[in-house]
Design a protein around this ligand. Structure first.
Ligand code: PDD
Length: 297
């Protein structure tokens, strides 16, 4: 007889909001003619929930709104924000994530955007999520470097993530936590699902916001925290050839938080342990999370 399936809390069916209707995620049905399925014609957001509240919510909603505009998608970010809050409230998720995806909707398959514009499909779901890096955050993680073979509009948070998935898979096969993208000029852009920071002679460095990286919400918070901690900071891309000059390296992201890197392609960064600046910034990050519990709304 087969073993009975044990449904642990971590794998329970997330609560979804599909075009305004609440339902279990497993019950959401979508047409194969949805342009997200055919063309990847959709954008998304991932937002962390701490203590039942969405973290950095306004920033995520603002980025969602900018992406809707960039792709001329006729959906209303504020209405989605309201629905997201309702879905979080209707769920009993305490530590989790909200996933939001807006697609151009269902239409006969043509490459150009259909006229008249179809009704966008709006998916929100709220799922349990626990820090996957809790046991390694102090000692730091290993990463690999892969060619940045993504398209030239990585500033748009689209669901076209095949290059990111391939990079993450390569990292996984190398038993590494993340893959860093390097462009044709040897500049490190970002991770497959995270932003990248380094520290050289006490100054924090990160690639400037251009169309080749995602404007990370955690990246923005990190820059604010660095300022509050009086750490000098400059938007300057790190160079693969100059990693020996780097004292600390770390990733930031919604699901990553702040994660020190100690090995890049087996090469030691700094002393090979997590550095004091990343540690201080992670403490400041945690304080910001704690403040969420005392805010209203
Ligand atoms: N990824 N860069 C890329 C390519 C990303 O996919 C992400 C986030 C980030 C960090 O952005 P933020 O701080 O706004 O999360 C940077 C999300 C979490 C994901 O795809 O699951």
């Amino acid at each position: 007889m087969p073993e009975p399936t044990i449904k642990s809390d971590a794998h329970r069916d997330p609560l979804a909001n599909w075009n305004g209707a609440l339902m279990p995620l497993s019950e959401v049905k979508v047409s194969v003619l949805d342009r997200a399925f055919l063309f990847g014609d959709a954008i998304y957001e991932v937002i962390r929930i701490y203590g039942g509240r969405p973290f950095l919510f306004e920033d995520h909603v603002a980025r969602l709104g900018r992406n809707l505009e960039k792709l001329n998608l006729p959906a209303d970010a504020e209405a989605i924000a309201g629905r997201t809050r309702e879905t979080i409230a209707a769920s009993d998720v305490v530590e989790g994530i909200v996933y939001i995806q807006v697609t151009r909707g269902v239409a006969p398959r043509t490459h150009q955007f259909p006229v008249p514009a179809p009704q966008p499909n709006e998916l929100i779901y709220v799922a349990d999520f626990k820090d996957p890096y809790v046991s390694v955050r102090q000692q730091g993680v290993s990463v690999i470097v892969v060619d940045d073979m993504r398209w030239k509009r990585c500033d748009i948070k689209s669901v076209n993530l095949l290059a990111n998935c391939m990079a993450a898979q390569a990292a996984c096969e190398a038993e590494c936590a993340e893959a860093l993208f390097v462009d044709g000029n040897g500049r490190l852009t970002e991770g497959s699902r995270s932003s990248l920071f380094g520290v050289r002679n006490g100054t924090i460095l990160t690639a400037p916001l251009r169309e080749n990286i995602l404007p990370g919400i955690t990246r923005k918070l990190l820059m604010q925290l660095a300022e509050e901690c009086d750490f000098p900071m400059r938007e300057e891309a790190l160079h693969l050839d100059n990693l020996s000059e780097i004292d600390e390296l770390f990733l930031t992201g919604t699901t990553t938080e702040i994660l020190p890197i100690t090995l890049v392609d087996q090469r030691k960064i700094g002393t090979g342990t997590s550095g004091p600046i990343a540690t201080k910034l992670y403490d400041a990050y945690k304080k910001t999370v704690d403040q969420l519990a005392t805010t209203t709304g």
